[in-house]
Design a protein around this ligand. Sequence first.
Ligand code: SF4
Length: 63
Amino acid sequence: MSSFSCPHLELGRDFCLKLKTDCVPGRPGCVLQDNSGFLFSAEDRIRDRLSDKNETPKKKETK
Ligand code: SF4
């Protein structure tokens, strides 16, 4: 088992300093694009990230 720590990642907000956008490993321009495999495509994960950002705030839970 191995782990990877990207030097371009701004911790805390998952921001890619190289690409000036959200860190989505394997996305176009990412250092992992051509040398790594992912269970889900970068396109799907980018779409999910955008979807999460546009998500409407959830209603507050009532006790
Ligand atoms: S998108 Fe790729 S290059 Fe950018 S921070 Fe994430 S892993 Fe690193």
